[in-house]
Design a binder for this molecule. Structure first.
Ligand code: PGA
Length: 258
């Protein structure tokens, strides 16, 4: 499977000039590493502008950090502040992060994420579905949490659509921490096996093995080798590191040789 780096810029950077600067630096890197897919997910307001910097054939793509689940058939769309999938597509977006823990902490439910996945797929966007437990408790209750998140968010998703989805496993306890506190590769491997097992139960083994799983939570050049080679995942979802092109360059260097 092709390796992928997804950068979640969250509510950064502070202005468009800075966003253009970081994006241009990442674009240069994408030319040096064409075999690795790079998806940059900036705030909505920067998307249309950054779209102009993307060549059609590039391995660099734009992603959004959310989408609304409105049905385009509903007419006047009375949803103040929301952004639709067709608007994102028009702004050059190919991927969309859904169900990030920071949105779930503001009340987003598995059912809403499920509706958003369907809307995104319908618009030809690739959903990056975030799942993850608050605590990696010793009794293993987190397995049940993840199982429910996978089953409910992927409820009634067509088998043929599973290949168009990326699962981002982001244990909440590992997000926004020091790089040494990310999940260890060997533990991640166990989680990746568990996620594939649930996907296999729902969609069959063949489809489950075609679905990319990426890891997120304090990824940096310091831990990325362990995460990818011991965790056996297809890539990473990085927050803070994705705003520093030097760190992305180092991560790409490492990914290109493992
Ligand atoms: P972090 O964020 O890499 O800064 O921990 C990851 C995320 O929340 O997606």
């Amino acid at each position: 499977m092709k390796k992928i780096i997804i950068g979640n810029w969250k509510m950064n950077p502070e202005n468009l000039i800075l966003a253009r600067k970081i994006f241009s630096e990442i674009k240069k890197l994408s030319k040096k590493f064409p075999k690795i897919d790079i998806v940059v997910c900036p705030p909505f307001v920067y998307l249309s502008d950054l779209k102009n910097k993307i060549d059609k054939v590039s391995s660099l793509k734009l992603g959004a950090q959310d989408v609304f689940w409105d049905n385009p058939e509903t007419g006047s769309r009375p949803f103040t502040g929301e952004i639709s999938a067709s608007m994102l597509r028009d702004a050059g977006v190919k991927y969309v992060i859904l169900g990030h823990s920071e949105r779930r902490s503001m009340g987003e439910t598995n059912e809403e994420v499920n509706k958003k996945i369907k809307i995104a797929l319908g618009a030809g966007l690739t959903p990056i579905i975030c799942i993850g437990e608050k605590e990696h408790d010793i009794d293993g209750k987190f397995f049940e949490t993840l199982k429910i998140q996978i089953k409910d968010t992927l409820n009634k998703i067509k088998k043929s659509d599973l290949q168009k989805i990326i699962i981002a496993y982001e244990p909440i306890w590992a997000i926004g921490k020091n790089e040494s506190e990310s999940m260890k590769g060997e533990d991640l491997y166990q989680m990746a096996i568990f996620i594939r097992k649930i996907l296999s139960e729902m969609f069959g083994q063949v489809e489950a093995f075609k679905t990319p799983i990426v890891y997120g939570g304090s990824v940096s050049p310091f831990n990325v080798k362990d995460i990818i080679s011991e965790g056996h995942v297809s890539g990473i979802l990085a927050g803070r590191s994705s705003l520093e092109s030097q760190k992305i360059a180092e991560i790409l260097d490492i990914l290109s040789i493992i």
